[in-house]
Design a protein around this ligand. Structure first.
Ligand SMILES: Nc1ncnc2c1ncn2[C@@H]1O[C@H](COP(=O)(O)OP(=O)(O)OP(=O)(O)O)[C@@H](O)[C@H]1O
Ligand SMILES: [Mg+2]
Length: 457
């Protein structure tokens, strides 16, 4: 059965061209020139989605568009409404998203973009409407979740969502504390998507300085700046036809956010030093351990960018909220570590498992993994006991205390500073914000020091 879209716009030529594009893509459509007509249509017939121009009435500032959206969402709460706005009035789109719009498209759009976005919204809707839930075995039979361990209902619910939405083109935002498995989930989305044979390009936005942002992401042409000795492709181009994983999105400098928004919105960009506009076809997955809502309320993250990223939001709970999975994870990491270090360790004693389950693991799964690895390395028995874990922890504490300060006269203050910066960079590879925060510096102050000490990221 054909899916039917209602198009609301006061411009007859826009209506005609959209209707034609939809028809060519196999959709049926109806058109409405104003709010009243739109509501009448919706009451008469069943629609799958609404495509609504926010400035459909020339007289208004968009308020009338918001009002219509509100009316539609009140009367037909499950019906997805997609907004079309001018780039200049993107805050209108943001308000619309708060009223429950499913997505927004900025002008100028191409028919191809619109069709694709409608398809995505309909796919998301279908995925949400399907409420069958699967056991872990069923999930594994349907999807590829290799390497993702766990039976906890919270994780299973996430895998369920991930499986359903992987095949759509929808942007996914993955949030969760450090070490909860965000990157693992991002990989799973790509490998269960139609793009699985295409490239998946990871970009750590925390490690890209604002000055290098455009050249890294969009590339540059030879001679664009002093060190640009040849043309270089950016990450978006490398990811063309595949997936781009924007890691640590919350660390992206505010000034760069609008540049990212534009490419996500229009799928076009220009390489630094070039005036040629290029088009890319990428699926966008992003991740952060920061609270973006909080950052928005402090004016540090663009709300329109958030709405562009999180058509699907996946939140990974901390390990302490899924303790039942600790034994499974622990034995998984034990087998891997024993194999890697060629140890005979075969198991974890029941008492030690209980002890592990009682811990809080602020570093989540990564911390558990490291603890098991260290303990396997140091233990001599065939089953790990609580005392083995305690001994591994004690040695680590001792080591970190030992290398606390160098002997007097062995280093100048500048050398200490340089060494500390390098050590912190090692701890958080590529994550400038984390490094700056840990050192008690602003990002700017850190950059100044990197320059002073000639440290290249
Ligand atoms: N469910 C899981 N099963 C097995 N291994 C896991 C699971 N979740 C996470 N891990 C492992 O834990 C480690 C941390 O995971 P990952 O790098 O995906 O976390 P993250 O959320 O991206 O962390 P960060 O915020 O620090 O970047 C990795 O070694 C990963 O393979
Ligand atoms: Mg990560």
């Amino acid at each position: 059965m054909n899916r039917t879209i209602l198009i609301v716009d006061d411009d007859a030529s826009v209506l005609a061209s959209l209707a034609l594009a939809l028809k060519q893509a196999g959709y049926a459509s109806r058109t409405a020139a104003n709010a009243q007509e739109a509501l009448q249509c919706l009451r008469r017939e069943i629609f799958d989605a609404v495509l609504q121009d926010m400035n459909f009435s020339r007289k208004t500032s968009g308020e009338e568009g918001l009002q219509l959206l509100e009316n539609i969402k009140t009367e037909f709460p499950a019906l997805p409404v997609m907004l079309i706005t001018a780039w200049g009035s993107i805050e209108l789109a943001v308000r619309g998203m708060k009223y429950g719009a499913a997505d927004f498209i900025t002008k100028p759009w191409t028919n191809e973009q619109i069709i694709r976005r409608i398809e995505t919204v309909l796919d998301i809707n279908a995925a949400k409407a399907d409420t069958t839930s699967f056991s872990r075995e069923e999930l594994d039979a349907r999807y590829n979740f290799k390497g993702i361990i766990g039976h906890d209902p919270k994780l299973m619910h996430i895998l369920d969502i991930v499986g359903r939405i992987a095949a759509t083109e929808a942007p996914v935002l993955i949030t969760g504390e450090s070490g909860t498995g965000k990157e693992l989930i991002a990989d799973a989305i790509h490998s269960n998507s139609k793009r699985r044979e295409k490239p998946s390009v990871k970009v750590n936005l925390g490690s890209i300085t604002p000055t290098l942002f455009e050249s890294e992401l969009f590339g540059h042409v030879k001679g664009a700046f002093t060190s640009a000795v040849s043309d270089r492709k950016g990450r978006f181009e490398h990811a063309d036809a595949g997936t781009i994983f924007l890691d640590e999105i919350g660390d992206l400098d505010f000034s760069c956010q609008v540049k990212l928004l534009r490419v996500l919105q229009e799928r076009t960009f220009e390489a630094v030093g070039s005036s040629m506009t290029r088009t890319v076809d990428v699926r966008v997955i992003s991740a952060t351990n920061r609270n973006l809502q909080d950052m928005i309320s402090h004016g540090r993250f663009r709300e329109d960018l958030l709405y562009r990223l999180n058509l699907i939001a996946v939140h990974l709970p901390p390990l302490r909220e899924r303790r039942d999975d600790i034994p499974l994870l622990a034995s998984h990491f034990l087998i891997a570590a024993a194999h890697q270090y060629r140890r005979e360790v075969g198991s974890i004693a029941p008492g030690a498992l209980k002890w592990l389950q009682g811990r809080n693991f602020p570093g989540n799964i990564r911390e558990l993994k490291h603890l098991i690895e260290r303990t396997v390395l140091m233990s001599t028995g065939t089953a790990l006991e609580t005392r083995d874990f305690l001994a591994a922890l004690a040695i680590e504490q001792e080591e970190s205390r030992k290398d606390m300060l160098p002997a007097v006269g062995s280093m100048t203050l500048d050398e200490v500073e340089r060494a500390m910066i390098l050590k912190t960079l090692e701890q958080f590879p590529g994550n400038v914000s984390h490094v700056a925060e840990t050192l008690g510096l602003t990002r700017q102050a850190l950059y100044r020091r990197l320059e002073k000490y000639g440290i290249v990221l």
